[in-house]
Design a protein around this ligand. Sequence first.
Ligand SMILES: [Zn+2]
Length: 202
Amino acid sequence: MLKSYKIGRIAGIDLYLHGTFLLLLALTALTGSAITLLMLFTIVVLHELGHALAARHYGIPTQAITLYPIGGVARMQAGRFTPNQEIAVAAAGPAVNFALAGASLLLPATPLSSLFLAYNLGLGLFNLLPAFPMDGGRILRAFLSRRYGHVQATMRAADWGQKFAWVFGILGLVTASFNLVFLGIFVWLAAAAEAAPFGRRW
Ligand SMILES: [Zn+2]
């Protein structure tokens, strides 16, 4: 279940589906909203492709995109962006969502096109929260790194990421949205992993 399954290849990047996503598929099969899930899935892939193609533009290829129930992760080759490049790469994902939201306004208004608009706006805005290592947090680190340098900026951004992680976790528990609880755990661990190479221990 915790394995990832390769489901295709886009623009030279392998696309994987994490095993836990299959649980979501099974749940959706029960509730009968397969089209909604397929749409969400496509939107997440396009968001990650935005990051991957921007990163490639700056010379850092992406090996794989893996889809989890709480979102996608683009695994890039080791390398360092300049702060401006990091802002462009981090913003490229939400920018894809805002472009798709804009494009959907040209479609006739149906329940599906309204959902498409809402998902894209939601995903774009949510990812801009400064909860490092989410996109907005990466943009925050890029700004901080101009003042504090890469190492200090990463640690400060990771602190913010973990504060947001607690907020996600508590909000998730209070509202019984377990995706939000998982996201909180994921962001907390991912922030710790980003700061760990610089000697930060939690
Ligand atoms: Zn993103």
